[in-house]
Design a protein around this ligand. Structure first.
Ligand SMILES: Cc1cc2nc3c(=O)[nH]c(=O)nc-3n(C[C@H](O)[C@H](O)[C@H](O)COP(=O)(O)O)c2cc1C
Length: 189
């Protein structure tokens, strides 16, 4: 697939089929992240592929956290929220947690965060070229201490940047309109 075609046609995929994602396909796609540009070659990105047990535990934690914010609601409404939050996360065939190693000065960390985001874009484009869908999620659980504990990460040394949801697309949503280049570009004399 031509690179411009992949950039323009790529969509965030939120609904997936039951077709399993083979480990070799996922490895190939994540390997595209390794080629992202990064200042000082710090290669700050880390990818944690959740197995079934951790995926289930994250989905349960997601449900509990969603429930914790609900006050004064009856038991059946709570059951509904719990089941919905858990099912939503379990509907994602594969979850990869992308984190960024925290090292050096504030500028180093800022640049490393940018590089990790570049890696995610590479990964999503590589997935698209394979026919594999992905969504970048900034679900509140990406910032929750329970997720750090579950993954065995310390927020002092590594920050979670994103959950990546992978699977084969059940639906490709239409592209949302983008601003024209003329709206965001200025030429100076
Ligand atoms: C930093 C970042 C965080 C995002 N978080 C979410 C999210 O939590 N939930 C979601 O549905 N989409 C999320 N997205 C995907 C955007 O919603 C999506 O890219 C946008 O709607 C444009 O759609 P497209 O990717 O199909 O072109 C995120 C994208 C980025 C770059």
């Amino acid at each position: 697939m031509d690179v411009i075609e992949a950039i323009v046609q790529r969509r965030s995929i939120k609904r997936f089929t039951d077709t399993p994602v083979e480990a070799a396909v996922l490895d190939r796609v994540l390997s595209a992240g390794l080629w992202a540009q990064n200042h000082h070659m710090t290669q700050p990105w880390r990818f944690t592929v959740l197995g079934a047990k951790t995926h289930q535990a994250l989905a349960a934690a997601n449900a509990e956290v969603a429930l914790a914010s609900m006050l004064n609601v009856d038991e059946s409404a709570r059951d509904k929220v719990r089941a919905g939050a858990e099912a939503k996360m379990l509907s994602k065939p594969v979850i990869v947690v992308v984190s960024n190693v925290l090292k050096g000065s504030e500028l180093d960390r800022r640049e490393d965060f940018a590089a990790t985001c570049c890696a995610i874009q590479n990964i999503q484009l590589a997935a698209w070229a394979e026919g594999l869908g992905m969504q970048w999620s900034s679900n509140p659980m990406t910032r929750h201490e329970r997720t750090y504990t579950l993954l065995g990460l310390s927020p002092n040394t590594e920050e979670i940047v994103a959950f990546l949801y992978f699977g084969y697309p059940a639906e490709v949503p239409p592209a949302q309109p983008r601003k024209a280049l003329s709206e965001v570009m200025h030429r100076l004399p």
